[in-house]
Design a protein around this ligand. Structure first.
Ligand SMILES: [Zn+2]
Length: 251
């Protein structure tokens, strides 16, 4: 097997591995998106729960204050029955009225607080419903990932092994170039030389479609076993397919 054939074999396996890995990655990414949404909803739920607790505590402390004032007013009513002078009576009455006014405003506050608590509880219910729905979506995405793993896991393992084997067949320097270019172009590592015009000796890169100097095309034709020729523009590793090789060879 020539270096070009070895590289094309590696390229084909690399693309298969990437294709399968891509399917797994997108399933995993979809799961991550759903999990992130779920954890945002959990945060909102926890925040609402703590607001609700605070609100309930505040409401019951207001109610307690109202009760205390009621008791004090009741105590004053009894006091009034035993007052001995008008002056004393007026003083107790004034105090009782002040307490009543306080009580009214506390009651209003307590009512507002209870309304607030009620609306928090409604919000919390809505969030809990959304949490439940989101949990279903997460479960769905989890089984999608699992299903994908079940379907392609074994195949991916085999292809990955074949890919490493094919990689070992290629000289180290070329392997480095291959992997660097693969990384740079997301797997679109190799590109065929495309003949634009034989008469004008014009050739293009099948990856970026820019012109390739004819010396590079010739260098690609010469089957080196240690070196590859890359596109001067996009750096993809160039190859000449059999059809072009034959047709150039036969010109
Ligand atoms: Zn190119």
């Amino acid at each position: 097997m020539s270096l070009q054939e070895k590289l094309l074999r590696l390229f084909s396996l690399d693309q298969k591995v990437r294709g399968i890995q891509g399917r797994l990655d997108s399933a995993t990414n979809r799961l991550k998106v759903q999990q992130t949404k779920l954890s945002q909803l959990h945060q909102q739920r926890d925040e609402l729960l703590s607001q609700l607790k605070l609100g309930q505590a505040k409401a019951s402390s207001l109610e307690k204050e109202v009760e205390d004032i009621e008791q004090r007013i009741e105590h004053m009513r009894q006091q009034m029955q035993s007052v001995k002078s008008n002056k004393e009576y007026s003083a107790v009455l004034l105090e009782a009225n002040t307490l009543k006014a306080n009580k009214d405003s506390l009651e209003t506050e307590a009512l507002e607080q209870l309304n607030h608590v009620e609306s928090l509880a409604q919000d919390l219910n809505q969030i809990l419903e959304r949490v439940a729905q989101q949990e279903k979506l997460v479960t769905g995405a989890q089984s999608e990932v699992q299903q994908c793993r079940d379907e392609v896991g074994k195949q991916l393992e085999e292809l990955t092994a074949q890919r490493s084997e094919a990689e070992q067949d290629v000289p180290e320097e070329v392997r480095l170039t291959f992997n660097r270019t693969a990384y740079m172009h997301d797997g679109a590592t190799m590109a065929p030389v495309i003949e634009a015009s034989r008469r004008h000796l014009e050739y293009n890169c099948g990856g970026c479609y820019m012109t390739i100097p004819v010396e590079r095309v010739n260098a690609t034709m010469v089957a080196s076993e240690t070196q590859v020729v890359c596109c001067p523009n996009c750096s993809r590793i160039l190859y000449i397919d059999q059809e072009l090789k034959t047709s150039i060879g036969c010109k």
